[in-house]
Design a protein around this ligand. Structure first.
Ligand SMILES: Cc1cc2nc3c(=O)[nH]c(=O)nc-3n(C[C@H](O)[C@H](O)[C@H](O)COP(=O)(O)O)c2cc1C
Length: 340
């Protein structure tokens, strides 16, 4: 079939369904799209107003771009010309806003180190010269000394301490745990798990998420009760972490889905870390249902550009609690090779 008839068949399929759908379904879809648009809009507004958190995300992204460029093979003599001015400007902004103790501010230390490395190799002149002058002035004010090289050779990284078999064991042992002992989870364990979550990969190293941890069982139980996916066991939940995505991290609407991707990566690390600490947990969906997401946002005091992306209930597993088998699809069903 050529393109014309194929497009016609496709349209008929889509619009045929559209005609049959009840109006409420269309209204719900529209409301959902508007909610998403509002979130994205709030984030873009924070970016354009130079909200300090938005500037920090933008700076991290640009510093990441510089670092990546520094590690590029056959690097050009002049690079990053379109964003170096903005990057130095954002550094200046952040130093003014929160630079009282720059040496304790991981963002600022990293930014200064990467910029130093950049100006050490880039060919001077034009926008680079102006940015360099501004940077030297700013960096001089911070008194920050370079701490570590910003790019390293692969062979200088430590060898992995965990074998594939051990990793598989850990992944295999992890199961969604929904029944817990009535024991408060200690903050020390929570912090140890979150220290691992911090290491999750992040697009352009923006790190657009924050974890809101509810570690008082009576509070966690109420919050879990707001999520339809945890209704049956909410009352029994001793702790919950809500992964919140912040749209102010993004300069472009095209990146709006990254919070979902990154929440998955963080949740996985969190669940595995809980396992190693003798704890158990279960992801709980935060579906885009207006009433539910509004209640949860209000409960957590989220800002207009923030959304609860995923929750994880967790605690000390009840040894008598039942855990599902949850068989997986076979390797053949999971993957294909291209070309085969
Ligand atoms: C994104 C995501 C959302 C989930 N939402 C819920 C939920 O709302 N309620 C629930 O009880 N379990 C939820 N789960 C847990 C899944 O049901 C569970 O991971 C799956 O059945 C496989 O079982 P296992 O985790 O024990 O291997 C969710 C899991 C994921 C990854």
């Amino acid at each position: 079939m050529n393109a014309g008839p194929r497009a016609k068949t496709l349209c008929r399929r889509i619009f045929g369904r559209l005609r049959d759908a009840p109006p409420t379904r269309w209204l719900l879809l529209l409301a959902g799209l508007l909610r998403e648009a509002r979130l994205v809009w709030s984030g873009l507004r924070a970016q354009s107003r130079d909200d300090p958190a938005a500037v920090a995300y933008r700076l991290r992204r640009n510093i990441h771009r510089l670092e990546k460029a520094l590690g590029t093979r056959n690097r050009r003599n002049r690079f990053a010309l379109t964003y170096i001015g903005r990057t130095v400007e954002d550094l200046g902004l952040l130093l003014r806003l929160r630079g009282r103790e720059p040496a304790r501010d991981a963002d600022l230390c990293w930014a200064v180190d990467v910029l130093r490395a950049y100006f050490a190799v880039v060919e001077n002149g034009g926008v680079v010269a102006a940015a360099r002058e501004e940077f030297l002035h700013r960096a001089g004010e911070t008194g920050l000394a370079s701490r570590a090289p910003v790019v390293r050779k692969e062979r200088e990284r430590e060898t992995p301490a965990v074998s594939t078999d051990r990793l598989r064991q850990l992944a295999q042992r992890r199961r969604s745990v929904r029944w817990f002992l009535e024991e408060k989870v200690g903050r020390e364990s929570i912090e140890r798990a979150l220290e691992i979550v911090r290491l999750a990969p992040s697009a352009c190293n923006r790190q657009p998420l924050r974890f809101v941890v509810l570690d008082r069982p009576e509070v966690a139980a109420v919050a879990a009760g707001l999520l339809t996916g945890a209704e049956e066991y909410a009352a029994n939940v001793p702790a919950m972490a809500v992964i919140v995505g912040r749209m102010r991290a993004f300069e472009h609407p095209r990146d709006r889905h990254l919070v979902h991707v990154e929440a998955g990566l963080c949740a996985m690390l969190f669940l595995l870390a809980l396992e190693t600490l003798g704890l158990g947990g279960c992801c709980v969906n935060c579906p885009d249902v207006q009433a539910q997401s509004r209640r949860l946002s209000r409960f957590l005091g989220l800002e207009p550009d923030e959304q609860a992306v995923l929750a994880v209930v967790f605690g000390k597993p009840d040894p008598e609690g039942l855990v599902g088998r949850a068989d997986r699809r076979s390797l053949e069903q999971l993957r294909s090779y291209y070309p085969s």
